[in-house]
Ligand binder design. Structure first.
Ligand code: NAP
Length: 248
């Protein structure tokens, strides 16, 4: 018996990194999945891995989370194919780092539109099915940067800080319908997103992490599993910081 047997979960940004790790962890625990990335092809490897881990259903979708109309359409399709929806993980995200004085309108808007507007588009479309589930779970992936801020990431910090406030509001709005809504705020996790940083910067960051190592996608997937399963039943409107003590 898995912790998520028969639970129907939709995960955005599931092609790689943290989203892929969450998808595989959910699959291993018996969840049925709708996986989203910018194209369905990009998520096919994750889908195959989830099937290998025993997922009874895995559906893949190409979707730009910035597009609210498309989010509504895909949400409906995903729900129909899965036969309901119990868990939504808003994980899709991007960075376009620059110092404030050099930050372009385009890079500000892209990050806010993807990370915050995208999560709104998906959450609004998912609200009805999550309420219908009577045991719905919303898990939004923010960042410690959304709490503490970070030089060179004003756009990203604004998007993740906004996502935290957004999630707490949704938690208050949907609690009466049995839906929990929580945020995971990762520290530095080794994925494509952080892979481009130079070695000196990485070393400085690692030196500031109490546990002495960078996070792995599985560290975040395990936390998502905790929130998605019965283990997380009495947790809502919270921010779980998973950063190895980086911001302690
Ligand atoms: P990643 O490896 O860069 O993966 C990003 C994912 O988001 C990909 O699946 C990508 O799909 C998807 N995506 C991007 N824009 C999208 C859009 N417009 N519509 C649909 N999907 C889109 O990133 P990651 O490191 O795993 O990060 C996952 C989440 O954790 C993000 O929200 C990130 O901000 C957050 N986070 C990461 C870290 C870290 O250290 N890595 C720390 C704190 C928070 P495609 O493959 O199709 O492009």
């Amino acid at each position: 018996m898995g912790a998520l047997d028969g639970r129907k979960a939709l995960i955005t940004g599931a092609s790689r990194g943290i989203g892929r790790a969450i998808a595989e962890a959910f699959a291993k625990q018996g969840a049925e999945l709708a996986l989203i990335a910018t194209s369905a092809d990009r998520v096919s490897e994750t889908a195959a891995a989830c099937k290998d881990r025993g997922a009874a259903q895995v559906h893949t979708f190409g979707l730009d989370v910035k597009d609210s109309g498309a989010c509504n359409t895909i949400m409906k399709e995903a729900q129909e194919k899965l036969g309901g929806l119990d868990i939504v993980v808003n994980n899709a995200g991007v960075t376009r780092d620059n110092l404030l004085m050099r930050l372009s309108d385009e890079d500000y808007d892209l990050v806010l539109d993807t990370n915050l507007r995208g999560a709104f588009n998906i959450t609004r479309a998912a609200a009805r099915p999550l309420m219908k589930s009577k045991n719905g779970r919303l898990i939004n992936i923010a960042s410690v940067v959304g709490i503490a801020g970070n030089a060179g990431q004003a756009n990203y910090a604004a998007s993740k800080g906004g996502l935290i406030a957004f999630t707490k509001s949704v938690a208050k709005e949907l609690a009466g319908r049995g839906v929990t809504a929580n945020v995971i705020a990762p520290g530095f996790i080794e994925t494509d997103m952080t892979g481009a940083l130079d070695d000196k910067v990485k070393e400085d960051i690692r030196n500031g992490i109490l546990l002495g190592r960078f996070g792995r996608p599985d560290d975040i997937a395990n936390t998502a599993l905790f929130l998605a399963g019965d283990t997380g039943a009495y947790v809502t409107a919270q921010v779980l910081v998973v950063d190895g003590g980086m911001t302690a």
